[in-house]
Design a protein around this ligand. Sequence first.
Ligand code: 0PR
Length: 398
Amino acid sequence: MQRAAPQEFDRVLSSMCTEPHPAAREAAERFLATNPGDPATYTEIARLEARVVTELGRLAGLDVPPQSAPPEGASDPDDSQTVDRGPDESESLGGRAVGVDSEGVRDAGAEPHGYVTSGGTEANIQAVRSARERCAVAEPNVVVPESAHFSFTKAADLLNVELRSVPTDADHRADLDGVAAAVDEETVLVVGVAGSTEYGRVDPIPELAAIAHDEGAYCHVDAAWGGFLLPFTDHAWNFAHAGIDSLTIDPHKCGRAAIPAGGLLFRDPEGMDALAVDTPYLESTSQASLTGTRSGAGVASAAAAIEELWPDGYRREYERTDRLAGWLADELRSRDYDVPAVELPIVVADVAPGTFEALRDRGWRLSRTGSGLARIVVMPHVTENGLRSFLADLDDVR
Ligand code: 0PR
């Protein structure tokens, strides 16, 4: 049989996924036939999953003593976005565990407070499910900014929860007054986005957590895409500095793991406990994941990528893509396009529909925001040379 050519990444400017790191690719192949859904049978992949959860937890500030209230002065918008929390240069694998011991092996009786999902959609659905189970109100609702990913629509639909979508502010971030007005005693979860799908915006997370907690609701942050970039920025987004309860963070996006490798973390073990169902005939007696059998390839590749890249490799990649996105925005502005400020490396511009189609005809994989703006995600596979040839084609066709 003739083998199909793999996807060429040269002209892909629309994807939030990228080429896996070589070590991640190799690990994925090695663990292709393992099932972390049955950890008592597939023990090595279960150990690797615990390790990934530990490392994701550390990346997201779960190893810092919990802090249920938002930081002092969090209501001051200037302060809330500028807490210094860059990872220490000396950090490496093997630190304090989240429900796992220092070897990354699960404690007897203690599950890690999270797991490797099959992507951000599963993680977001499960975050809603866990909050619904824990709050146990008659008519639960979830409050999201309208910038939230469509996976929350799926979650609400599946879980019979009302989705309250609140218009964002002029800069495409969650509007705090609007969110506060939408929340009530039946609210189980308030969602903030840290790296939004369309504009790469980071919501004011500590303030959203405060609004949630004032109503007795949980606060979930969707950092599916932004999670591997944010540790190198000044944003307050994680468990340690924003008082959140759960987090989506996907190794298969900016973490350079193979698909499928999403991540879901909870501050407290009860978050995972609320998801567990009994599994009478398996070696393992309960299961918290949404899918049953799942890919060991994703888990092993996430472990390998994080081992290779955290923190310095990820930092270098963040700095490179941040620079490149800023440069692309300036190049587009010099051609009279309207380009909003870049927060995380996604660039949007008002490229006319005819130009957009002509670029697609030349093989450029571009996508559009809901309002029709061209959107370029500057991922690890996107290079300066690639963007120069994109700009040359743009000059040619417009
Ligand atoms: N949360 C955020 C903030 C996201 O951006 C996405 C995906 C998800 C959750 C859901 O993650 P999964 O797709 O892993 O379930 N955002 C992109 C989107 O839906 C995903 C994507 C990835 C799109 C690769 C295109 C592509 O080639 O637009």
